[in-house]
Structure formats: C-alpha cells, structure tokens
Design a protein around this ligand. Structure first.
Ligand SMILES: *Cc1c(COP(=O)(O)O)cnc(C)c1O
Length: 350
C-alpha cells in the first residue's frame, strides 16, 4: 500500500534496513546516559543543522510529538498572553491546548484563501505569537518571508511556528522566528513517535529568565540536559538513530525544496485540467507545497477513494471542516515519481 496520507505517511525505503542495523549494533538497548547515545544525539543535531540550514546558535530538542511542543511552549514560554494566527484545524487545536493552561490565549483566525498582511497584525501586549506555517488540514501555508515581517514588527515578542508538515520538505528561514517544531512522521519520512523543537537564543534566554521548572519537560530542564546531548526522560532512541541515518542520506533542503515545489506545480496543473475535481485552495500565494487537498462532489470523491484503494493507494481523508468535501494528497519527499504517476493515472479519469 502506498500511503499519500499527509502523516503518518510513506516512510523511506531504507528504514527496514536501518532498523536491522540498529538491532545488530545494539542501539535499541543502549542507555540514554551513555557515550554511545550522546554520540548519536550529537551527530543527529549536527546533521539537522547542516541539512536543514539551521543557524548554529539555535538549540535543537527531542520531544515525543508536536503536541508535546505545543504544551512545552505554553508551560515554559507563555506567561499569560499568546496570539494564535490560524485558518484550520491544527492551528485551532494549538490555541485550544494553550487556552487550557492560559486564559490569555487569543485566537486570531483568518480565511483559507487569505494572505496575511503583516502591517495589519499588531500585538501591543507582550506575549508569544503562534503561527501554523503549514496547515495540514486545508493545505495552506504562511510563507517564511511573512513570518519574518511579523517578527521584525515585534522584535520583543517570541514567535513560535508549527512547521510539522513542512519541515524537511521545504526550506524554512529559521532566523525568522524563535521556536520551530515538527514531528518526524510527515516530511521526514520516518515512523511516528519523535518530535523536534528548535529554539533561537532569544527563546532560550526567555525560558531561562522565566525559570519555569514545574514539569519533566520544562524548557529550562531540557536546555540543561541538552548541553550533554541528553533529554530529561528516556527518549525515542531508535527514532533518533533512524533520523540520523536518513539525514546522512539526505540532500540539502534547498535541493529537496526544488523537487517538492516542482512536484507541487505539477499537481496543481494536473488538477486544474480535471473536470470533476479541483484543488481546494485557489490562491497560489497561500497554497501549501507539501499537502494538496482536492475537492469535488461526494460521489466522485467516494469513487476515487475506492478506486485508489483497489490500486493499493491510500489517500488522505478530509480533515475537520473539510472532512466530507475533500481528500488530501501528501507531497512529501519520500514519495516516488512512479507512485505519483500511478495516482495521476487513476485521477485522470475524473
Ligand atoms: C500532524 C500535525 C500536528 C500533530 O503532530 P503530533 O506528532 O501528532 O503531535 C500538529 N500540527 C500540524 C500542522 C500537523 O500536521
């Protein structure tokens, strides 16, 4: 079965071999305080910085998921106010999770076809500005350049970015914000169970200043553990090892992005020529490069899903508000050209 689900999605073909290697090398049983683990952890951080062009003075943390990152930000970086810019289900969830811990969490919703105007976004009160860079539920994105403008207009606010379904797929301008996070079951092409959080020196400074220490995953505690490439709890050692191996094989993100953007353009051109289906998002300026939602009438969508299944292809279901009117196609790096061709052959009939 080829999974076009936008997470968990298709994993890289090499994964089973790497799992075998991990078993043979004893990685699955190593102690998370050992030299052997610290070497893997350090190398993974180094490779992440090299492959994804992350500034050297940023700190990378291992978490269990992106959801945990929402909570870490709420616990350790937000004191009362946060501003949640979103147009879909994941951004809304982030707001809801934060609201449970801080009554000052403020929703700043915008439209699916709307390109944010940084000049109109002003947040006078101190707080963390939370942006969902790639909204997986409806296939829209907030470009890095726009995030950079928002940060520039609010130099004393921290800007936190959910890049769960775009990191390792497109090139992100990490300098444009203070906290970035993702989980590896999307563009990284790895099995679920590992999250990454990437913090600017300003974010680390803020967390040390706030000195919140009430949780096992308080950012201050994680920061002090990471000076020895460690985590407060036993991390997903196998996941980190697999990430290291995949990164060793990976191109620089600039090259990956070129492939992904090219494929995205192919998808949009292809879908625009169809009679019964069309891209859900029309505004080119806000289309996600990594998640392509497709809209059509209910009968057609059902027909397509059944036909895809018969051909061993799993499509992403619609999500949230778009559940019954769309299906989603992941445009993640691990997917192969011939797999995309196979799906296009099916969709051509519509
Ligand atoms: C998948 C996803 C999440 C949740 O990730 P978990 O690893 O399940 O916590 C959060 N935000 C976005 C945009 C996502 O696509």
């Amino acid at each position: 079965m080829i999974s076009f689900y936008p997470g968990p999605s298709r994993v890289h073909d090499e994964i089973p071999g790497y799992v075998q290697d991990a078993h043979e090398l004893g990685v699955m049983s190593i102690n998370h305080r050992s030299e052997a683990f610290m070497a893997i952890s350090e190398r993974t951080v180094l490779l992440l910085k090299q492959r994804l062009n992350i500034p050297s003075d940023y700190t990378i943390f291992y978490t269990s998921s992106a959801t945990e990152c929402w909570e870490i930000i709420a616990q350790s970086l937000i004191t009362d106010k946060s501003y949640h810019l979103y147009n879909g289900a994941f951004g809304q969830k982030w707001h809801e999770y934060t609201l449970r811990l801080h009554s000052g969490a403020t929703a700043v919703p915008f439209g699916v076809e709307e390109k944010l105007d940084p000049a109109k976004l002003t947040f006078p009160e101190e707080g963390v500005i939370c942006i969902t860079q790639n909204e997986t539920s409806n296939g829209t994105q907030v470009p890095s350049a726009l995030i950079k403008r928002i940060k520039k207009n609010h130099p004393h606010h921290l800007v936190a970015v959910d890049a769960v379904s775009s990191m390792a797929g497109i090139a992100l301008d990490f300098k444009a914000a203070d906290v970035w996070f993702a989980s590896v079951q999307k563009c990284f092409g790895l099995p679920a169970g590992l999250g990454l959080m990437i913090c600017s020196p300003q974010a680390i400074e803020r967390s040390n200043h706030l000195a919140e220490k009430d949780h096992y995953n308080s950012l201050t505690f994680m920061t002090s553990m990471m000076t020895r490439w460690q985590t407060p709890c036993t991390p997903n050692v196998l996941g980190i090892y697999l990430l290291m191996r995949v990164l060793e094989d990976s191109d620089n993100i600039k090259d990956t992005q070129e492939k992904i953007v090219g494929r995205h353009e192919d998808w949009i051109a292809f879908l625009s020529e169809r009679k019964k289906i069309a891209p859900l998002v029309r505004n080119h300026a806000v289309q996600s490069h990594t998640v392509v939602p497709v809209t059509g009438d209910a009968d057609t969508l059902q027909h397509i899903k059944t036909l895809a299944k018969k051909n061993d292809i799993l499509l992403g279901e619609g999500y949230g508000e778009w559940k019954s009117t769309t299906f989603r196609i992941a445009n993640f790096p691990a997917l192969k050209k011939k797999e995309i061709k196979k799906l296009m052959t099916i969709l051509k009939k519509f």
